[in-house]
Design a protein around this ligand. Structure first.
Ligand code: HEM
Length: 264
């Protein structure tokens, strides 16, 4: 899959001249921030992907109430991230990855919440216990150590651009949402036409940031922290799901409600 050649990179190498080329012919370098992030968050990604809520979601077993709560949590998270991005948009470590038109999700989430909760959606949602520390952390780093926003941005936006289209289809089908995309604006990046191409641009922008190794490592740690916060929200929502009664949407014929609830 991955081949290593001894050809040095033309702009001088920091890793002894090993050049790694992946399937897409992108040049990979283990000291590139994008590589450090991909490698350094693999385990956290596995944990997120394999938690019960996500597994249920991928199987189309979604309760609308839980989907709404997830959307509300994301609204608070993206509001915090995008507020801090605005404050720091001229910071030399933020400006190169500042893509408000392409990436910002706050308004899309607001439209989704209006669809789910109605006009007075704002009075119907609140910051959950698990979402609060995530939001507080984003504000803290935005205030005290803005370079760490790179880790937050990576964890959410790159994830949204990776799995988003699949999740959109799953949700649309399971929740029987209209084909017009109402309620699913979050998943639709109107100003990004090729997700893969944009992710490549974003990676190269991250790699061009002038950062020492220690700072890159702190960004990876911050990204892992963000993964952890996301997992906490999933766990919280999963727990709420255990305590509410709502017929799952995608039931097969011949299963009792109890069986489905137990995963049988
Ligand atoms: C990348 C799937 C959950 C964050 C990816 C990729 C896939 C994927 C297939 C690889 C895309 C590529 O190689 O270009 C999934 C699935 C999930 C899930 C099926 C379960 C629903 C999450 C969650 C987060 C996340 C919960 C974080 C909150 C990321 C990030 C990347 C990524 C940051 C980019 C990795 C990189 O290229 O450096 N995901 N993911 N994912 N995902 Fe997920």
């Amino acid at each position: 899959e991955t081949k290593v050649t001894s050809e040095p990179k033309s702009n001088g190498m920091t890793n002894g001249g090993a050049r790694i080329v992946d399937d897409d012919d992108d040049v990979l370098c283990p000291t590139d921030l994008s590589e450090m992030l991909a490698e350094g968050t693999k385990e956290a990604h596995d944990r997120a992907e394999n938690c019960q809520l996500v597994k249920d979601f991928l199987r189309g077993r979604i309760k609308k109430e839980l989907f709404k709560r997830g959307t509300a949590a994301l609204y608070f998270v993206y509001s915090a991230m995008e507020e801090e991005f605005e404050k720091n948009r001229e910071h030399p470590h933020i400006a190169p990855i500042y893509f408000p038109t392409e990436l910002y999700r706050r308004e899309a989430l607001a439209r989704d919440l209006e669809y789910f909760y109605g006009e007075d959606w704002e009075s119907q949602i609140s910051l959950s216990a698990a979402t609060k520390p995530y939001v507080e952390r984003i504000h803290k780093v935005g205030d005290k150590d803005p370079v760490l926003l790179v880790g937050h941005s990576y964890t959410r936006y790159m994830g949204d651009l990776s799995g988003g289209q699949i999740l959109k289809k799953v949700a649309q089908r399971a929740l029987k949402l209209p084909a017009t995309g109402e309620g699913l604006n979050f998943y639709q990046f109107e100003d990004i036409h090729r997700h893969k191409g944009f992710k490549q641009l974003y990676r190269s922008r991250m790699n061009e940031l002038e950062l020492d190794t220690e700072t890159k490592e702190r960004i990876v740690d911050e990204s892992n922290l963000a993964f952890g916060f996301n997992l906490m929200i999933f766990t919280e929502i999963e727990e709420i799901g255990r305590n509410i009664k709502e017929e799952v949407q995608d039931t097969g014929i011949g299963h009792s409600h109890a069986e489905i609830m137990e995963g049988g």
